[in-house]
Write a protein that binds this ligand. Structure first.
Ligand SMILES: Cc1ncc(COP(=O)(O)O)c(C=O)c1O
Length: 421
């Protein structure tokens, strides 16, 4: 490394020592926890003028897939794109066909569902479990028909879904599983990382998540054929064999003669690439992920400890299923049906005291305006989804919150709830 580069990096470190960005007094839902390491890694790419997809993306793919223990990582520009890529790859590989049904939880984020419709598949909504906010295995099994060709499940807010239950249904009915892990970086089930159970897993590195590249995503797979297709359709549908820097005018197929391999397109693709600048942030964030998640766990325990007296009286606190490692992307709270106050009243009290709140994603996606008049199918009544839609919300639990922030949250809850005791 040149002396000038070292000097620049040292200055950046000095800058961060004097100017650490923090959420201030506000208890924000998310906050990008990064310092000079991320900035210098990104600067390194900028100074070397590697600004699009390049060696840092490759390194981030290798390191992240190794962390989750999946053979292949295909980085892209968001979690939504990761879902679109994963579903498109399954179609282009002939594993599923337009018109086939995909079982999904109704209570989740919108771009779990929209890519299913975008590629011509039919989402079949099923209910979630009240304790974990995750898709219910029994509800999955009841919704299976001859047309069901995929189970697309989500690990919600850092909590692993019941992978034993889901994988045994998958095996019994020979239906592959796609795990959306956009809210669960580092979570595990019985010692195995989420994202390593299904044939594909998808990830988001959006700014509020447990690790971030600003905007970014990844698809992981253990399937070599899907890997090839994913790499191709991420990048215009380019010939799988094409490698930057290699001799190129060697493509022949009876139609094209000694053609430039860089401009041979074998799939109908998109451009959903990640940049090396984003990947630089990811490389540094991954090194910190476990320690950042540990702080989330401490905050969650402190919230639970502080609010336990109200558990089952007014509110329901999150549970950590046995054998799982929960990474608390957010801290969910469900208001009991017979509570003497509404969600709106409680979140207004929190917000006016500087505690940010969010609804549990799309609540019940089957009734969201975008999906009302689509081909989505709802298999049966979904009482838990409706309860979460109407009475749940979540607050932040990220590592840049301090003990003072946590105390403020607990005090605000206590002040509000004491009105009803
Ligand atoms: C479960 C789930 N899937 C997909 C996404 C989309 O990720 P992105 O915002 O990176 O597009 C999100 C967003 O947070 C999500 O919560």
């Amino acid at each position: 490394m040149s002396d000038l580069k070292k000097e620049i990096f040292a200055k950046v470190e000095e800058y961060f020592e004097q100017n650490k960005a923090t959420p201030g007094d506000k208890v924000t839902v998310g906050f990008p926890c990064f310092d000079h390491n991320e900035v210098n890694q990104a600067l390194d790419s900028l100074l070397d003028v590697w600004i699009s997809q390049g060696p840092k993306v490759k390194r981030f793919e290798e390191e992240f897939s190794k962390y989750v223990n999946m053979p292949h990582g295909i980085a892209c520009n968001s979690g939504s794109s990761a879902n679109l890529l994963a579903l498109t790859a399954l179609i282009q590989a002939g594993r599923i066909s337009p018109g086939d049904e995909v079982i999904v939880p109704a209570a989740t984020f919108t771009t779990v569902i929209s890519p299913i419709l975008q590629v011509g598949l039919v989402p079949v909504f099923v209910d979630v479990e009240m304790e974990t906010y995750n898709i219910c295995p029994k509800a999955i099994e009841r919704a299976i028909t001859d047309k069901t060709k995929l189970i697309m499940m989500v690990h919600s807010l850092g909590c692993s879904a019941d992978m034993e239950g889901i994988m045994s249904i998958s095996k019994k009915h020979k239906i592959p599983v796609l795990e959306d892990c956009c809210e669960a970086h580092g979570s595990s089930y019985k010692g195995k990382k989420v994202g390593s159970f299904g044939v594909l897993s998808t990830w988001s590195f959006f700014v509020a998540h447990n690790m971030t590249t600003g905007e970014g995503g990844m698809v992981l797979t253990d399937d070599d054929e899907l890997e090839d297709i994913l790499r191709s359709i991420r990048e215009f549908g380019r010939l799988k064999k094409y490698e930057p820097g290699k001799p190129r005018f060697y493509y022949n197929d009876g139609h094209l003669k000694d053609y430039d391999e860089r401009y041979v397109f074998t799939n109908i693709g998109y451009n959903l690439r990640m940049t090396d600048i984003a990947a630089s942030l990811g490389i540094e964030q991954l090194k910190k992920l476990d320690s950042l998640n540990a702080i989330r766990g401490v905050h969650a325990m402190d919230y639970i400890y502080g609010l336990v007296d109200y558990e089952n009286k007014f509110i329901k606190l999150p549970t950590i299923p046995k054998g799982t490692e929960h990474t608390f992307y957010g801290f969910p709270i469900l208001i009991k049906e017979d509570a003497p106050f509404t969600r709106k009243e409680l979140v207004n009290a929190l917000e006016s005291n500087g505690v940010e709140t969010r609804a549990f994603m799309g609540g019940d996606l089957s009734v969201q305006p975008a999906y009302r008049d689509t081909e989505c199918r709802t298999h049966e009544k979904m009482p838990n989804t409706v309860a979460l839609r109407d009475r749940a919300f979540f607050i932040g639990c990220h590592p840049y919150l301090t003990r003072d922030h946590v105390d403020k949250v607990v005090a605000t809850f206590k002040q509000f709830l004491s009105n009803y005791e």
